[in-house]
Design a protein around this ligand. Structure first.
Ligand SMILES: [Zn+2]
Length: 120
């Protein structure tokens, strides 16, 4: 066995998951053929993480709300001040809670300061 062969057998043959190129490495932990591919994969993972975070569904609870203000939407969709409506309360991590009332096939968003929750 020559020195050259021993060296080669210590190298691991890997396939880069980014560009699918085969490459040789001595380092078990190395996953990518190049710095560029390492960065590319990190960027991809980051953007996937961000997408996942954004997809976390906001909490949605069915509630009844009483409209206490004139809602600035089209008249045919406008909930009437003083009436109680079935709504969905939406809460999220970084948003103020708001309510959605289904109106004529559309959804009307009611801010928390435009209504009060009532016990159904
Ligand atoms: Zn690569």
């Amino acid at each position: 066995m020559s020195d050259g062969k021993r060296k080669e057998s210590a190298m691991k043959r890997k396939v880069c998951p980014v560009c699918s190129k085969e490459f040789l490495t001595r380092h078990n932990a190395q996953r990518y053929c190049s710095r560029a591919c390492t960065y590319a994969s990190q960027r991809k993972e980051n953007s996937e993480l961000r997408r996942k975070r954004e997809q976390i569904p906001a909490g949605q609870v069915p509630v009844k709300i009483k409209i206490i203000k004139r809602i600035p939407v089209f008249e045919e969709l406008r909930p009437i001040k003083g009436l109680v409506y079935d709504a969905v309360k939406c809460t999220g991590l970084n948003v103020n809670p708001f309510y959605i009332i289904p109106m004529g096939g559309k959804k009307v968003v009611i801010r928390a300061d435009e209504c009060v929750e009532v016990c159904g």
